[in-house]
Design a protein around this ligand. Structure first.
Ligand code: GCW
Length: 703
């Protein structure tokens, strides 16, 4: 080889090393295992991979396994067709294999028979998930331990919802612009689309909605459908189905039909034809996600029809193609005297039993809007005849954008583990949405994506863990937040035991810390009107009353919080009696939910021994101190992390500290006007005035 060529190759290599750990590779880092004994042991197990059939997904599975094992074990591994033999890892799709009999379609078993290891499933996708699991196990040192290991997903549709717009912006996106380069598609296929699909498949995500629920009708035009087709082709080998959000007024917008009334025959016909057109372009298209009659979006109520009328019209257009309609329940009328908490329930509960069999209703985890803590949505457990899909938000709209570190697994699990008591004790939200409580064929969990064009995908590197955790929990919600954190850190950041321990502790505490310095004790919706990372508890006027802060906190000279008992809005009555009992008595209500349900006197003694004011204001100070603690802890990780990641997170933590101080001072000074009590010792009164803090928020809001 010529000298120049060698230098060129060396430079390429050096470049990949430099780029290696800036967060791009996510949790899919297949570097040589540092544990030599383990490496040798695994090396002896696998010499080659064999696939029994040549389907797209199986080929992907083999390719991914090969790539991963070669990197982790440092040896070359061939992929062949056939059954192989000793030392050959067989990937087999065999619905009659006894190892997979009791598993769901996408489940898999990793078994050893006659000295041969195999990954077996009823479906191609199952084998793919088995391969990614095996790679994870090799990386974590837990592979090939049992002669038979199996997993089965608890939720059938594990989906990301992108809120991406045609021009490349992302609604509530904080990691750059959209991954989808609509203008360049379908001709240019950004290799990043493939890496995105790999990451999803590696955690079991099998469906994506490409565009914003505030949907442009443009996505249903021929021009866009060929772009969507190009993406579907990239995702198909990874077992991922593509869905689209639709604009309910599309017949009017795109084809000048005078109405979009779901019961009008011209409209019915239009959707039937449009849907058939989509399936002719994308034969395995998943279906539609719909936001209707919500925040100004069009919908069936514009014509005096119900949400079920709208959903069923689309469901019947989709049914011949085996497609699904996922209808969102995020609706609320602007009623200054009402309680937004009750709105979706009021609209949807009466429709239970009225939806077509290929329709699901997608409900946000809580009744308001992705706050840092919400009680579970009262619809869970109250619509037994309808499959309810869960909607979580991964993007941190109300959790500090990309400058705050909030590990969301505890938030997701808190909701999933809540007991609805719909069919007695143990009727958890998880059992409602996995379909087991009411025997539904379909089940779904959606995460509003936090991905974007930033090199590390999610803006804050630690937010990658939320994408990861979402996939893992949709697959198996019984995993603990700690398990998920541990495996994510080990795959993404480091395997140095002390450093893993430090980062894990930070992750597990991060959400509660965020709650403390923003909305302690169940306070909610007091963020800035447009820029949701800052406090604006003084917000009194907005386009709608339920977009202000005072609507929710109800501070007055007596106390703080929204009375949702029978003396107030009575939203509590939407829950089962056992839940009402749990939250209904202000003296016994768990503190995290206190101000969600009660207007509590400032002077009331809480279970901590402090008065409401003292406890409430102290939490802000503790929260800020905890962010300082996070910063100190993070310093200790430096020797064991990639420096690009270390420095980036360090910077973001410093911003988080600044924002935490703003939250603390704004809230403490604002609410003190009502409580009329001093800041409790040993804390010091903020040095800034309330007016100064209002100015800061104004600057953030670009006023
Ligand atoms: O919380 C609100 C967001 C909107 C979003 C809406 C929704 C897509 O602020 O940006 O719109 O929720 O979920 O529909």
């Amino acid at each position: 080889m010529k000298k120049n060529a060698i230098i060129f190759l060396l430079l390429c290599w050096a470049n990949t090393q430099l780029m290696a750990d800036d967060g791009y590779r996510l949790w899919l880092k297949y570097d040589l295992l540092s544990n030599v004994t383990q490496r040798t042991q695994y090396k002896n197990q696998v010499n080659a991979i064999a696939i029994g059939s040549n389907s797209l997904v199986l080929q992907t599975a083999a390719k991914e396994l090969q790539l991963g094992l070669q990197g982790l074990l440092g040896k070359s591994i061939a992929v062949n067709m056939g059954k192989g033999g000793k030392g050959v890892l067989l990937l087999s799709v065999n619905p009659t294999d006894e190892a997979v009999q009791n598993l769901a379609a996408d489940g898999f078993a990793i078994v050893q028979r006659n000295q041969q290891w195999m990954v077996v499933s009823k479906t191609d996708n199952g084998v793919l998930y088995g391969c990614f699991t095996l790679l994870r196990q090799v990386k974590l040192g837990t592979a090939f331990k049992q002669q038979r290991y199996s997993e089965s997903p608890k939720i059938r549709l594990r989906m990301l919802n992108h809120w991406d717009n045609p021009l490349g912006t992302i609604e509530r996106g904080y990691a750059g612009s959209s991954l989808w380069k609509w203008y360049e598609l379908p001709e240019v296929i950004d290799p990043r689309y493939i890496d995105y699909a790999r990451a999803n498949a590696s955690v079991g995500i099998n469906a994506v909605v490409l565009n914003n629920v505030n949907a442009s009708a443009r996505f249903l035009t021929k021009e866009y459908l060929v772009k969507v087709k190009a993406l579907a082709e990239v995702f198909r080998p990874y077992g991922i189905k593509v869905f689209l959000s639709l604009n309910f007024a599309s017949p009017k917008i795109l084809d000048k039909i005078p109405t979009s009334d779901p019961l009008d025959s011209r409209v019915v016909e239009w959707w039937k034809n449009k849907t058939a057109e989509i399936y002719s372009i994308i034969p395995d298209f998943g279906g539609y996600l719909v936001k209707a009659n919500s925040e100004g979006e069009p919908g069936p109520q514009d014509y005096g029809r119900t949400h079920a009328d709208g959903a069923n019209m689309l469901a019947s257009a989709l049914a011949p193609h085996n497609g699904l309609v996922i209808w969102r329940a995020f609706v609320y009328a602007a009623d200054p005297k009402g309680d937004r908490f009750k709105e979706a329930y009021k609209d949807f509960k009466p429709l239970d039993g009225k939806f077509a069999s290929n329709a699901l209703v997608q409900v946000k985890n809580g009744p308001i809007d992705f706050q840092s803590r919400e009680p579970f949505h009262p619809l869970f457990g109250k619509m037994p005849q309808t499959p309810l899909a869960m909607e979580f938000q991964l993007t941190q709209e109300y959790l500090g954008f990309s400058t705050n570190w909030v590990y969301e697994a505890p938030l997701f699990k808190e909701c999933l583990e809540s007991d609805t008591y719909a069919k007695g004790k143990g009727s958890t939200v998880a059992k409602v949405i996995d379909g087991s409580l009411d025997n539904h064929a379909w089940s779904a969990m959606a995460g509003v994506a936090n991905t974007g064009s930033d090199r590390n995908w999610t803006g804050h590197t630690m937010a990658q863990a939320n994408w990861y955790a979402f996939g893992r929990l949709a697959w198996n919600y019984d995993l603990t937040s700690e398990q998920i954190a541990e495996e994510w850190i080990q795959q993404s950041l480091t395997q140095h035991p002390q450093t893993v321990g430090i980062i894990k502790e930070l992750m597990l505490k991060s959400r509660e810390i965020y709650v403390d310095f923003t909305t302690p004790l169940g306070l909610h919706h007091v963020m800035g009107q447009n820029i949701h990372f800052g406090a604006e508890p003084w917000l009194e006027k907005s386009a709608r009353p339920d977009w202000t802060a005072i609507y929710y906190h109800r501070a007055d000279s007596l106390g703080l919080g929204f009375d949702r008992t029978s003396k107030g809005s009575n939203a509590l009555s939407l829950y089962a009696p056992e839940v009402q009992q749990l939250w209904g008595d202000a003296q016994k209500c768990p503190l995290p939910y206190l101000l969600w349900f009660h207007h509590v006197p400032w002077t009331q003694k809480l279970s901590t021994g402090n008065t409401l004011w003292d406890e409430f204001s102290s939490r802000y100070y503790k929260g800020v101190a905890s962010v300082a603690w996070m910063q100190q802890q993070w310093e200790q990780t430096k020797p064991h992390l990639d420096q690009a990641i270390f420095t980036d997170v360090k910077g973001r933590l410093a911003v988080q500290h600044r924002e935490a101080l703003n939250w603390r001072d704004a809230c403490v000074l604002y609410f003190q006007q009502y409580a009329k009590q001093p800041i409790p010792k040993p804390y010091e009164k903020p040095t800034r005035t309330l007016d100064e803090l209002k100015k800061i928020v104004e600057i953030y809001q670009l006023k």
